[in-house]
Write a protein that binds this ligand. Sequence first.
Ligand code: ZN
Length: 276
Amino acid sequence: MPLLGVAAVALFVLEAKQQLRLRTRPKAERQLINAAVAAPALPALRLLLLPGMHAAARWAEKHNFGILPRLNIPGLARYMLGFLALDYTNYLWHVLLHRSDLLWRFHNVHHLDLDLDLSSAWRFHIGENIASLPYRGGAVALLGIPAPLVLFYEVIFEGCTAFHHSNMRLPYTLERRLCQMVVTPRMHGIHHSIVAREANSNFSVIFSCWDRLHRTLRLNVPQAEVIIGVPAYRSLAEQTPKHLFLLPFQKQRPWQLPDGTVPEREELPNRARLLP
Ligand SMILES: [Zn+2]
């Protein structure tokens, strides 16, 4: 918690000083909404999901369950492989959140934010956090992840989530190199675009290699042209905490603007080249 707190404060200052995308809504207005969405979801993460994953790891250890202990590889290499494998399962979970009609109802609450910044990193519906428990706990047990690695991975996972949701403008050449390895703010900004093709790209959480591996990487979108959100949910009146809490339980709208048009953009060549 102290580590993540320091990282969050640093990102908060940096994104205010060096803004990447222009805001469409006042910062305080969204921070209040996002805090209200996070208020039940964050305790669910801390008190249910994290202890659940930790318990799954200890159960696997006790019963000699899981893949990693069977591979017979030494300590540090086993931790590194476990870290990578966990990150891959989270890539797959994120794809599932977008592909499953049921899970999308909850993940939609995260995506229909009208801007993207540090506060979006915790704006998840409590239902999404609860739904991820069997998946993420199951993955930990199946892989046989050591319990300390679960906690270590989670700290890095949350730190990286805060980083790539932030609206911090990194020097372009630095970010172009950085996104060869990890998910960056420009890369994740494209994932929050109202263009369907772009929202269905860049699912990775820490390492960007999973998107390269599955050809879901898309970096060739000029950042200034990205419109953040979900086209059918752009009304400010629906951005209240109450609306957002009830949204998963209501009929979902198709991926189109209120006037019926579907947001499109001409695709530029070379998907693997990050644009400024
Ligand atoms: Zn997403």
